[in-house]
Design a protein around this ligand. Structure first.
Ligand code: KIV
Length: 300
């Protein structure tokens, strides 16, 4: 069994203080992040000692069955963040800013980031890409909301990148990726997700940054790792990316249980006595003698 991380007496009951993440990097302690989309996932991740929960727009694909993350709305992320924060107390909850919620202007980005914090209960927000997102990150941080960056494979702009495929595989693109990460740090980001890049590129970015990197498909040299809940638990449809390790086959457990339930309903084996409410015998007898039937129509 792995040792549980410490609980903190901070200004909000036992919440992991944000600056502790940079300290963890300095101490060489790995940071654990997982996505979550509802109260049970928040509660279970908290109980497992996870440090960060990402209310990711991956929900659009793994929960809502869409082809991409692009259609996910701010409202959806606000709702899911409310649910997750009801379940998770110690982990920092990071809400993804969905596509279209921060690209137009710094004002739009600040307004929507504040919405995720005030209405959703998020501790921080995440946005994708370098480029114009660097300015947006700076504006949001300036408004008092902690921001996590995200470089490499950025699913919101997968079309521009040529699909869901590894990034930074030429020297030029690798350097661009490290430069983007450095620019996001300079803009005030407290951490950067690095997705689907060669390990050497993630290692270089991790060394270049004082803030922690969180890898997904980026090798083992990042300061932490993140996986998508449904992928790692064997609860997603279709083919998971090669960087996913399945820690359980929850989908198989559910399918087997549903099959048994259906069989038992059809055979009458469920419900049993223990699943059924009773009433006092005399009340039941009075009720049954009073109950309408073909033989004796019910008295009024
Ligand atoms: O939306 C998401 O789940 C993400 C992770 C893959 C990092 O952005």
């Amino acid at each position: 069994m792995s040792a549980k991380p410490p609980r903190y007496a901070s200004w909000t009951a036992c919440k992991l203080p944000l600056p502790e993440l940079a300290e963890m990097k300095r101490r060489g302690e790995k940071i654990v992040m997982v996505t979550g989309y509802d109260a049970p996932s928040g509660r279970l991740a908290d109980a497992a000692g996870v440090d960060l929960i990402l209310v990711g727009d991956s929900s659009g694909m793994v929960v809502h069955g869409r082809e991409s993350t692009v259609p996910v709305s701010l409202e959806e992320i606000v709702f899911m963040t409310q649910w997750v924060t009801r379940g998770a107390k110690r982990p920092l909850v990071v809400a993804d800013m969905p596509f279209g919620s921060y690209e137009t202007s710094n004002e739009q980005a600040i307004t929507n980031a504040i919405r995720l914090v005030k209405d959703g209960g998020a501790d921080a927000v995440k946005l994708e890409r370098g480029g114009t997102s660097v300015d947006r990150a700076k504006a949001i941080v300036g408004a008092g909301v902690p921001v996590m960056g995200h470089v490499g494979l950025t699913p919101q702009t997968a079309t521009v990148l040529g699909g869901f495929k590894a990034q930074g595989r030429t020297a030029d693109r690798a350097q661009q990726l490290v430069d983007d990460a450095v620019a996001l740090q300079a803009a005030g980001c407290f951490s950067i997700v690095i997705e689907a890049v060669p390990a050497a590129v993630a290692r270089a970015a991790t060394r270049a940054l004082a803030v922690p990197t969180i890898g997904i498909g980026a090798g083992s040299d990042t300061d932490g790792q993140v996986l998508v809940w449904h992928d790692m638990l064997g609860y997603s449809e279709g083919h998971a990316p090669r960087f996913v390790k399945r820690y359980a086959e929850v989908g198989e457990v559910i399918a087997e249980a549903l099959g048994r339930y259906a069989d038992e309903v059809r055979s009458g084996a469920f419900p049993e006595e223990q699943h059924t409410y009773r009433m006092p015998d005399e009340e039941r007898r009075a009720f049954e003698s009073d109950a309408p039937s073909k033989a004796s129509p019910r008295r009024r």
